[in-house]
Design a protein around this ligand. Sequence first.
Ligand code: AGP
Length: 691
Amino acid sequence: MCGIFGYLNFLVERDRRFVLDTLIKGLSRLEYRGYDSAGLAVDGDTEDQTFIFKQVGKVAALKKLVDTQEIDFEKSYISHCGMAHTRWATHGQPSQLNSHPHRSDNHNEFTLVHNGIITNYKEIKTLLEKKGFSFETETDTECVAKLTKYLYDSQKNSDITFTDLVKMVVKELEGSFAFIFKSTHFPNEIVATRRGSPLLIGVKTAKKLKVDFVDVEFGNAPDAINIPDKDPTGFMDPTEGGRPQMNRSLSRAFMSEDGMPQPIEFFLASDASAIVEHTKRVLYLEDDDIAHIADGELHIHRLRRDDGNSPATRSIQTLEIELAEIMKGSFDHFMQKEIYEQPESVVNTMRGRVNFETHKVTLGGLRGYLSIIRRARRIVFIACGTSFHSCLATRAIFEELTEIPSQVDLASDFLDRRTPIFRDDVCVFVSQSGETADTIMAMRYCLERGAVCVGITNTVGSSISRETHCGVHINAGPEIGVASTKAYTSQYIALVMMAIQLSEDRLSTTKRREEIIDGLYRLPGHVKEVLAQDANLQKLAEETLSKEKSLLLMGRGYQNATCLEGALKIKEISYMHSEGILAGELKHGPLALIDENMPVILIMTKDSLYPKVQSALQQVTARKGQPIIICNTGDDNLIRDYKTIQVPQTADCLQGLINIIPLQLLSYYLAVLGNIDVDFPRNLAKSVTVE
Ligand code: AGP
């Protein structure tokens, strides 16, 4: 989804070329999130000028556009604020006009970039139109730029600060957002804020920062800028209300140790991948934080008066990712790299948590909540897409080991149903990004109802990891490809580990736990064995499947989730219609699709349901179907009679971790053969931050 990047330098001399290149590079690091157009804004030649460049298509096309401008690339700045954006269209088609940054007027007095959706934009637009504003785009965002100007003009004689102006704007907005604001009225200042969409700020200095936190500056009046409640038209009367009353504190962190302002650069971004090559020192904004950067200092204000619960500081943390982790290296695509990383990523998920000798699992992030979770009346797993499949894949082992009734819900449906949730429920939110809008909304819904909320995410500092009571980071490393691969296997393992730890007080399940932990020990080797079949899978994709229009994947029990996940992978990156079918349901409908022309993959690895899947095989072959079978190595009858993909056998509840690998590779090769941009499939985004 949309990506935001901002760059500010203070007392560090940079020329325009450097600023533009930094912004464009920042955008290229966010490309993986999915987008259809890009744009940026930098200072013009005079203080009252802002240059905006926008282009449909790739960041490379924006770069080309910028490079051909007749502007002075050598112009140098001691202090400068630039911002950039990749847009994933929600309101209005991808077009140059609809791309961000959006502006308040022809003079670009206020420019901004936005990630998220403003749900009350129509009301704001109607009102502004009545006030004489005209709109040039179809976006929801433009009304925010115009609203900023409207409020600024109404306050003109009151010396309003940029921070207070943005506060007034944000108070009028409904929906989700992360914004960066820039203005010719406030040169070299930037205000950034968020609600529901991620935004972090990287800090780069040559000298050490004095402290590693930033004080939050709470207003000391009931409302920080004393503005009256909304008037009936939806806007406050900006002429009423007193002067801002802020508790101004020194921004202690940004002085050098000798107490002097120091050369400093700030990087704002939707995620850490755009920042890590510049600095590892970052601060995550909380919802309703208003960050103001000017004169080399970062001040964090709150939109509203302190409710007594917000922490008084934001800590400056150290990113743990390396630049190499977000580079493709020798692989052709991120997806391929990530599939191949799985022998290591599964180990990283278990590292320090599973003791293979004592057969014990310790998940530090759940400490303190284990006894509450064990007493839960029910466990509700909530997620979207691949993350939902990891929950489905592990529900049975959860129920078996914990004996707690468990349900798995798609976040959007969970919300649509307004599912009843009680204080003695435990709700588990699984999300690679930790920023998926539907999952976050479901989490907040459950928090409001008093349930214990557990987060399982890959992104430290994400909304889900910050807002849940406890949780597990899956530690799979950054996943850039839109198709989730290593995150799936790591989520799966994290959930299995959680089930094991929850059941450690049950003697009756000791043997079962030991069998699973032994299986986890052998897992990296098993994954490698499957990866070694890469060439065969490529051949299978090329010779048997690439010309097909459709592909059915069938299995049952633990392998139902594998079929659904495999089908999702195939459709999302190869655009081939694919469906995961519970083999037990065949005769209730899907069997009608079967004939000699319908491609079928049947998962028949050995577990207690094997005889039942055999009967599904007979139902398919009796209709002249010629399935490709995923079976265990050594299952000679199948290997003799059918086209097979052979995988090593493991504990039933872990078999899905191995069986998904050939399907990931098949989907990858089908996409490559179809000449599809594997890492950026059409219409999709990596991080789905809108409803
Ligand atoms: C899977 O390949 C997808 N790209 C998608 O289904 C994804 O899993 C889903 O959007 C949920 O994302 P999350 O894990 O970041 O919450």
